[in-house]
Design a protein around this ligand. Structure first.
Ligand code: UD1
Ligand code: CA
Length: 492
């Protein structure tokens, strides 16, 4: 699941800001070798596109336009879910980033002022970096400012060509670059702020006389320089922010970087991360101070962990709330609420609708679904608890099944407060066990047990004397039985 990018415009747009945001997301992403459009691949809790939208979100632009093409149905459905305020513009044929930008700007003629144009495959881009670019653009009074980065390995990226005075004069794609230009290590990040009208006019003049036969957005820069317009390049404070993602190896690398950032933030905030290499936390997750994350922990989606909790080893928690002081060990949980001081696991499976009140316990090999445990209630061992309400202080015996499904419908079981149910019970829903009631081990409870009663629902025991000697003569069991019976008669 991808978490939404911040969708509502910021209450007040920062100054300086932009009138519109254009995200280029129509490319096929051939190098990903995927049925999924490249920009929809998830990284650390959002799609790549979601990260770009989140980075642009704080600008509070009046309009956000996303250019879609390859896999457009999937991209549009995703946008509707995570950024309903964004509008899509279709690029039927992927004739290049310049063509894509031109299509978007053609729909924005009524907006005056700067426009942010950004590649959709930049999952590490941060709001602060975008804001710094917009600020630089504003301060310099440029017509167009491009975000650049000095990188150790510029392979595959557009090179930033500067003149003797250090002014940006062109962006040259690697495949069109001269050997001298290829040696340049300052690259185009694919993030631009420019005057909407000027960029639109320049895009109309962009040709396709390059190695790929595409209309390059990057050519706008050289065209504007040729016009004598002032363009600039703003170097990103952190070059990692600018890294794109074109194949699965880069996807893994971006995911690692993003995760390291998230863990760094958590550790700065007082969270102990025992093994950062095997701990994966989405950007959308919150973890309180003095919580310890043990190896093999994944915190995903809208998960929130409180203070002084212990999570892991080996937990996957998705959209799950963990309260202060709770302990969750070797657990898989989704859409569950684990209250403060609760103990879960090892080897527990908390499914959606699980709600565990303060001090409750869900123990080893226990599965819960749509189940509420009151304060201090315990399901310690080997049980399935589906569609159930269990009152405070109640203990459920080992190996209990809440039989919630009759083959057609699901039914609810209610167990009162401070009840003690025996081991190996079946609660055949709908059924209620009252406050303070007991049930006998091995019972199949099909009718309500009143408060304070002992529910017994099992066949009375019958012992068939001498059966083993008669029916299994000569076996070790028969010999053991004979010996035991001899001893008993000797004693007599
Ligand atoms: C682009 C830049 C390059 C820069 C790099 C940074 C161009 C020509 N080159 O190269 O200078 O260093 O990004 O990562 O822009 N797209 C469309 N429609 C198209 C083609 C592309 O919407 O017809 C979108 C893609 O979905 C992508 C973005 O434009 O989000 C850039 O396209 P991509 O093919 O990834 O360009 P790069 O070769 O990475
Ligand atoms: Ca790219």
């Amino acid at each position: 699941m991808s978490a939404p990018a911040p969708s509502a415009p910021a209450p007040s747009a920062p100054d300086p800001s932009v009138a519109a945001v254009v995200v280029l997301a129509a490319g096929q992403g051939t190098r990903m070798r995927s049925r999924t459009p490249k920009v929809l691949h998830p990284v650390g809790g959002r799609s790549m596109l979601g990260h770009v939208l989140a980075a642009a979100g704080p600008l509070g632009a009046a309009a956000t336009v996303v250019v879609v093409g390859s896999g457009r149905d999937q991209v549009e459905a995703h946008l509707a879910a995570v950024a309903p305020q964004a509008r899509s513009v279709v690029q039927e044929q992927q004739n290049g980033s310049g063509h894509a930008a031109a299509l978007a700007l053609a729909t924005l003629t009524d907006l005056a002022g700067p426009v942010l144009i950004v590649n959709g495959d930049a999952p590490l881009l941060r709001g602060s970096t975008v804001q710094a670019l917009v600020q630089a653009h504003h301060d310099a009074g440029d017509v167009l400012t491009v975000l650049t980065a000095a990188v150790p390995d510029p392979t595959g990226l557009g090179r930033i060509v500067r003149d003797a005075e250090g002014r940006v004069t062109a962006i040259v794609e690697e495949r069109d670059a001269t050997p001298e230009q290829r040696a340049i290590t300052e690259v185009n990040a694919g993030v631009y702020v420019g005057d909407g009208a000027a960029v639109r006019a320049a895009l109309a003049r962009v040709g396709a006389a390059n190695d790929q036969g595409e209309q390059y957005l990057t050519d706008v820069l050289g065209l504007l320089v040729g016009d004598g317009a002032q363009v600039g390049g703003h170097r990103a404070a952190d070059p990692e922010d600018t890294l794109g993602c074109n194949d699965r190896r880069e996807l893994a690398a971006r995911r690692r970087t993003l995760n390291d950032r998230v863990l760094d933030d958590l550790m700065r905030g007082g969270v102990t991360v025992v093994d950062p290499a095997t701990t994966w936390v989405d950007v959308t997750v919150e973890v309180g101070p003095d919580t310890v994350l043990h190896p093999g922990t994944q915190l995903l989606g809208a998960t929130v962990v409180g203070e002084a909790a212990v999570v892991g080893p080996d937990c996957t928690l998705t959209d799950t709330e963990v309260g202060d002081g709770a302990r969750v060990v070797r657990t898989h949980a989704e859409l569950a609420v684990v209250g403060p001081d609760v103990s879960v696991g090892p080897f527990a499976y908390l499914r959606p609708g699980t709600r565990l009140a303060r001090g409750a316990k869900v123990g080893t090999f226990v599965e819960t679904k749509n189940a509420s445990l009151g304060e201090g209630a315990k399901v310690p061992h080997l049980s399935y608890v589906g569609d159930a309400t269990i009152g405070e202080g109640t203990n459920i015996g080992a190996a209990t099944v809440f039989v919630n499904y009759d083959g057609v419908d699901k039914h609810h079981t209610t167990i009162g407060a401070h009840a003690r149910t025996g081991a190996d019970n079946m609660f055949v829903a709908p059924v209620t066990v009252g406050d303070g009631a007991y049930t006998a081990a091995g019972s199949v409870i099909t009718t309500d047990v009143p408060p304070g009663a002992m529910g017994v629902a099992r066949a009375a025991q019958r012992n068939v004397g001498g059966w083993v000697g008669r029916r299994r003569p000569g076996t070790p069991a028969a010999r053991a039985a004979d010996a035991a019976l001899d001893r008993t008669s000797d004693d007599a």
